[in-house]
Write a protein of this length. Sequence first.
Length: 265
Amino acid sequence: MYLGKQVRLERILNRTTGRTIIVPMDHGVTMGLVDGLIDMREAVNDMAKAGADAVLMHKGLVRCSHRSAGKDIGLIIHLSASTALSPHGNTKTLVGTVEEGLKHGADAVSIHINLGDPNERDMLRDFGKISEACDNWHMPLIAMVYARGPAVANSFDPKAIAHCARVGVELGADIVKVSYTGDIESFSDVVSCCCVPVVIAGGERMDSDREILQMVAASLTAGGSGISMGRNVFQHPRRVKLVKALRMIVHENATVDQALASMEE
């Protein structure tokens, strides 16, 4: 691995644990106004204060959330997008470049690919182009890969998720983000087919703190390298305490009960 990429990755992956807590904040392009992300500076400050390793956002939000004081936090620039208003919402289009990420001070860039979409080939082609540019510039690449399309009966099928992870690593991602399969055994199979860190998405909003923490703990037991979790984190009514509890599990190997108890202190 190039030294430049290694240095940047250490801003995302904890050098001691090899794990990460990433909080995506790219939802506005897709959904419009999103609770928890109206004041971006406050949102980023909360994540940094709580101990998240990195936040992820589109390039235009960097100017609204740059930290001038307090604890530092890694920055990931997201390079692909679509909107919920489109009839082709699962087709992601490139809206940024690796060079822009460098100019904005990013520690990594990310792209989103939906396998099974009718326009899958375009997204795979974009993946290849971004992967090459990342290699040229020594920039870490995070690939969010999901199975979403007319022929996909169940996007949470373990075989489909393993396929997503394998596509991510084979096309050059340094970190692969996929959905959690639902159990330790099947997620172990997903992790075993990758030679790079695998992190889990948060998915739809969960009502139970225990449910969130249990899912994260199980993914780590299976060999996962942490989380890239958005709405379940930044929309949580006690988001600072939640991230601190997540940090206990991800970086300190705390139990779910210990993490839950910390939220009540």
